[in-house]
Write a protein that binds this ligand. Sequence first.
Ligand SMILES: C[S@@+](CC[C@H](N)C(=O)[O-])C[C@H]1O[C@@H](n2cnc3c(N)ncnc32)[C@H](O)[C@@H]1O
Length: 370
Amino acid sequence: MRNDRSKGRPQPDRRERSSTPPGKAPAGKARHGAPASEPPPARRESVEEIARENRRDRPPVEWPQGARPAFSTPVILEVEPGTDYALVDSGDGEKLERYGPLVIRRPENQAIWPRRLAPGRWDGADAIFTGDTDEEGTGRWRFPAEPLGETWPMREDGLAYLGRFTSFRHVGVFPEQTVHWRFMTETIERERARSGRPVRVLNLFGYTGLASLLAARAGAEVTHVDASKRAIGWARENAELAGLSDRPVRWICEDAVRYAEREARRGSSYDIILLDPPKFGRGPKGEVWQLFEDLPHLLVLMRRLLSDRPLALVLTAYSIRSSFYSLSALMGEAMRGLGGRVESGELVIREEGKDARHLSTSLFSRWVSA
Ligand SMILES: C[S@@+](CC[C@H](N)C(=O)[O-])C[C@H]1O[C@@H](n2cnc3c(N)ncnc32)[C@H](O)[C@@H]1O
């Protein structure tokens, strides 16, 4: 087993996992930070109907031919406590985290073990999320000591951005992603030093834009796609805050599959692709995204969008119904004939302090050229 660590990196929060499942809340009422995982407008049947309609004209997936890449499993990518983010403690269905200046307490379904720290440490959090303990549930924030504003300043690897209290418990960043971001920026910098060519990055389901901004700062040309206007607005706000508004980032508010289909028809290509899809999501025109149904189609489109000198395709999934072996098998099929290697496993966060446990956050599979 390889243990690929993210040493003391500043990190952000966890993801808009699956988006809100069908029928949970009225559509079209996106709160700041409630990404395009907007709940569907009506009953489940209508979501299924929309999904069927979306896929009606889609040709069968054309799986690539050739040998499969090499495989490495399991690869555990670990986030360690850092200055900008630390998992302080976890247990009894909650987690206690430090995000820059703030200590935040939120529900965490994976934390089925007991806590290490005294109740006073937990009760002393600056912000506590109360509400539906269901992963997709909404709720509200309580500020025991003093009322806090909606946003606060954060940093990731020296890049300034805004943390934000959202009604879906998320704060605008998923700390476990920092291991992918470090891998991506190192890959961009290495390639630029080696060949001097421009590196093109596609970030689908880009959320608040941190990956896009880090890629741009490393010198890449970036296309950032998200279905939520609010998420795009937040990402642009982050670009301004980071002093990167003049970098070549295209901010696109679109359904990920629709955009990818159009890019494939146009013959566009990218050297690095990041894919961070929710389990369920909605496009701006009501398109339906369902991970299990749509991922094979999207991944094969991504394969077509890879340039003739591709560097990486990184996929993260937050669905507990899946397994990294499933993602690995799918990635292997999509990357047939391209050589390289497929690495798959979990993204975990290590608690700070003694006797630390690991909090599992998500599965990933990434194809790398060398
Ligand atoms: C899990 S978040 C991505 C987190 C981000 N990559 C990061 O690490 O910070 C999922 C994002 O997908 C977006 N989304 C949901 N459905 C979508 C769709 N059909 N097309 C494009 N984006 C979608 C949501 O608006 C949300 O911003």
